[in-house]
Design a protein around this ligand. Structure first.
Ligand SMILES: [Fe+2]
Length: 178
């Protein structure tokens, strides 16, 4: 059964493993196998938003709810991550750097109970293709909010410092449409 406190503790313990990323992936994989248990613990997704379950220098756990048809610009994290979907669907477009811009090099669709480990250097854009909320556990191997990172203009693919305010506005706009 998924319990938030227990999950935090297990992720903290996983950080001591030789391959912390793989250990956390197993935990997320196990958690999203039973989405109803996650919803029992964190509530049914009602609004788009970034809900922080846990935050430390070496670990961030988010309950991330994408609004209907939300599009997130290409961005990096500069730390490993694991995504596990417990409601809806997420489409990922992966990029790599190319001169001053980016080139696309792959896509991955994640459905309920799917997990995806993301390496430290990945650059991705995310879309919720559904007219309902997509909800996922996101676990990061660092302080997601304090670590400097980049986002890329979706049209020009120019790199800029990550703009937290812009992201908050996108979630608010999405909620206004809900
Ligand atoms: Fe991301």
């Amino acid at each position: 059964m998924f319990q938030t406190d227990r999950f935090i503790e297990e992720c903290r313990n996983a950080l001591r493993e030789t391959n912390a990323h793989a250990a956390v992936r197993e935990l997320v994989d196990r958690a999203v196998r039973d989405p109803s248990q996650i919803m029992r613990a964190v509530g049914e997704p009602q609004r788009a938003g970034v809900n922080t379950i846990y935050k430390a220098d070496d670990l961030t756990i988010l309950n991330l709810c994408w609004g209907p048809h939300m599009d997130i610009h290409p961005h990096n994290h500069n730390m490993w991550a694991v995504i596990g979907i417990y409601a809806g669907r997420e489409q990922n477009m992966f990029y790599r750097r190319d001169g001053h811009g980016l080139v696309r090099h792959g896509t991955k669709e994640l459905n309920v109970s799917d997990t995806a480990p993301l390496g430290k250097n990945i650059i991705h854009a995310v879309t919720n293709p559904l007219d309902q909320i997509t909800a996922a556990l996101h676990v990061y191997g660092g302080d997601f909010f304090a670590t400097p990172r980049s986002e890329w203009d979706p049209k020009t693919l120019e790199e800029h410092p990550y703009d937290v305010e812009h992201t908050i506005q996108m979630f608010e706009a999405s909620n206004a449409r809900l």
